[in-house]
Design a protein around this ligand. Sequence first.
Ligand code: NDP
Length: 336
Amino acid sequence: NRKIVLAARPRGLPQTSDFRLEQAPLPAPGPGELLLRTEWLSLDPYMRNLMEEVGPGYADPVALGAVMVGGTVSRVLQSRHAQYKEGDLVVAGAGWQDYALSDGSGLLPAGDLAQPSLALGGLGMPGFTAYVGLLDIGAPRAGETVVVGAATGAVGAVVGQIARLKGARVVGIAGGPDKCRYAVEQLGFDACLDHRDPQLADKLAAACPDGIDVYFESVGGAVFNAVHPLLNLNARVPVCGFIAHYNDKAAPGPDRLPGWMATVLSRRIRMQGFIILDHYATRFDAFRRDMAAWVADGSIRLPEDVVPGLENAPQAFIGLLQGKNLGKLVVRVNAP
Ligand code: NDP
């Protein structure tokens, strides 16, 4: 049983030396337990926050020497649990390892998806995040302008495509010309701009001639700075994440908060943070129904970036924090 543990707390961008690959004996399930074998592992930005000594509030930090946490699609190898049988495919939180024990809590059936890894992406947590954040908080109306950063990533790609389905004009912001071309040509965005372009603010203003009604915030940094002067009266800002700052050691630069607060006030902006874990009980069924239909009729595409081999997870995760992925980043840990 290979497992990747947290070897050291990162300073800034994680290094491969912050992780360690270990071997452990195969665990045996006790009464009421399951032995799971990981087939797919999800790599997500929140994992960076769990590497800190003090956790982000919505989940406990990973202890030094403990296995890295993560969502998985796993196969039931042995079952001493009444609800699951050998061979079942489940969505679990087995972490960065080949095998894990579970008492069945928190497991979801992975169903009979032709592409089971989608249960970690567009049909799972990131897609659900896009759905709840955009529809319940952003509430875009036809003809409005929606802006989303990390536009070709797991969440952003879905945000933009749902916004288009609702009749909004969608402007993405992504890292580099290839991703921007992908957003427009493959995902149907109306426009997409490179956040590394020094002219970002001017180009965004030109791409949003009627201002911005919904800004789906998942980046912060230069993207936020370019967006906020363009927000319209009564704009909505679902606050999903701020990945540009996850590696920050201290807040850089001048304090921009007073300027932002003045904008919130004068333009009557509604800004709401959300943690997707809170919404499963009330909204997950509606999401699965809508998203399955959109994927089936071709109105939403779910790009994936597949990395082979558990041993490559640390490098791939570091790459995620640098924008090297296009689409949902998943690791193929073990074939069925
Ligand atoms: P992505 O698949 O979008 O991957 C992360 C992307 O972030 C990178 O590919 C990169 O894209 C972009 N990025 C990284 N650094 C920067 C930077 N300095 N400036 C601008 N962009 C940057 O990840 P997810 O879709 O899984 O997550 C997107 C956001 O949503 C994150 O902030 C995450 O924490 C948040 N989230 C929040 C949840 C919640 O419950 N609130 C649940 C799930 C996700 P590019 O090359 O385009 O810059």
